[in-house]
Design a protein around this ligand. Structure first.
Ligand code: SAH
Length: 380
């Protein structure tokens, strides 16, 4: 049997093409696309049978040709503070994590863009996992769909929804997977689809400078920058991409970020590492660095992980640091660590997925062949 085409993540044009190819008449395509769009992204339909206002034979055609499959949920964990973490899987060795953080006034979903990461930031657990591959649009959107399924957060346009914010702050560097992130977020922010407000969708980057203007122009979400240090000397060590795109270039990209304004500030993330970047001189330098940029500063207490080479700054030091930033006129919320007990806090995400080397994969395939008796019939 032919594999059914997954509709999740296709844009309207691709959806139209797929429907046309399966025999839907041209004149009904726009209506069909709208109906499906609504069922899939507003109502969270998981199968075609649920689409009760569609004629039975059309539903049959859909069922035969297409699927709405979500990623497989490998584990779903619930922290004592209400944070949830899912480990999802879409194929052999393709595992990635998603975290939902409920707060009094909002619910934030932290979404992954890659399996593993290439950046090797010294304090980040994901950074110890080599890049396996970029996630596809369906895998990025699938994280949102699964969270909304679990939280019964459909229809997505209803008041009082549970996923109010999306942050591209899970595993991976979203600007190294630009096209797929762009496609997925376009659907997340489409008013007739998941209908997230642009202000409530934030893309976080370690500083892929050449892609920042494109993010502003083509994705249009809010922007967060993983700054974490105020000198190139320290940033080179802890966020190695800095060697390629040093602080001055990064700040220039922020200064000219399309869409940044006082109503729409850029968030600067700053992880508090004891004795590394947390002096009061660092705080004063930080304020100088962001001068002229509509900014908020998010201080993140370092979250430990097994083998991590750093410690979190003392609480009193974080408070003094925050006070300097605050006095300079910047909002400087300290991000409360959430879900640490299930390793769901910032920078703790990691899956067991490893990129198989071609030689290892060939050996495994050969072994499978031997086991299935095929090789025995082949000439040696
Ligand atoms: N690659 C993107 C997206 C990841 S966002 C980026 O770097 O922005 C995850 C955020 O958590 C980043 O700001 C990251 O630097 C931060 N982080 C990573 N490890 C951390 C840790 N152990 N404790 C606290 N924050 C961490």
């Amino acid at each position: 049997m032919e594999k059914r085409l997954l509709l999740i993540g296709l844009d309207r044009e691709a959806l139209k093409t797929a429907l046309a190819a399966s025999g839907v008449p041209a004149k009904s395509l726009p209506m069909r696309v709208n109906q499906l769009w609504n069922w899939i992204y507003v109502h969270g339909a998981r199968d075609f049978a649920a689409m009760t206002n569609l004629a039975k034979d059309f539903r049959g055609l859909l069922e035969q040709n297409f699927s709405l499959d979500r990623p497989e949920v490998v584990t779903a964990q619930l922290s004592e503070d209400g944070t949830r973490k899912w480990l999802l899987k879409t194929g052999a060795g393709i595992e990635f994590e998603t975290v939902y953080i409920p707060e009094a006034d909002r619910g934030t979903l932290c979404v992954s863009s890659q399996v593993g990461c290439t950046l090797t930031c010294r304090f980040c657990h994901t950074g110890t996992q080599k890049l396996v591959r970029n996630l596809n649009p369906d895998e990025i959107l699938g994280q949102i769909l699964i969270a909304k399924d679990t939280l019964e957060d459909w229809p997505s346009t209803a008041p009082g929804r549970k996923v109010t914010n999306i942050v591209m702050m899970g595993m991976g560097e979203p600007l190294y997977n630009f096209d797929h992130v762009k496609s997925a977020l376009a659907i997340a922010m489409d008013g007739d689809a998941i209908a997230m407000s642009k202000r409530r969708v934030t893309l976080s980057t370690a500083g892929v400078v050449p892609m920042i203007p494109r993010a502003g122009n083509e994705i249009g979400s809010s922007l967060a920058i993983s700054l974490h240090a105020v000198t190139d000397e320290i940033r080179d060590q802890i966020v190695p991409i800095n060697k390629k795109y040093p602080i001055a270039e990064l700040m220039e990209a922020c200064r000219t970020y399309p869409g940044a304004s006082n109503a729409r500030r850029i968030t600067f993330e700053y992880v508090m590492l004891k004795g590394v970047n947390d002096s009061l001189a660092d705080a004063r330098a930080l304020v100088k660095l962001v001068a002229g940029i509509p900014a908020k500063i998010n201080l993140i207490p370092f979250n430990a992980w097994p083998g991590a080479p750093y410690e979190c700054s003392d609480w009193s030091q974080i408070e003094k640091f925050a006070e300097i930033v605050n006095k300079a006129g910047y909002a400087s919320p300290v991000r409360t660590p959430r879900g640490r007990d299930i390793m769901a806090a910032c920078g703790q995400l990691k899956s067991e997925s490893v990129k198989e080397r071609a030689s290892a994969r060939l050996a495994a395939e050969k072994l499978a062949d031997v086991q299935s008796g095929q090789l025995a019939r082949m000439p040696h």
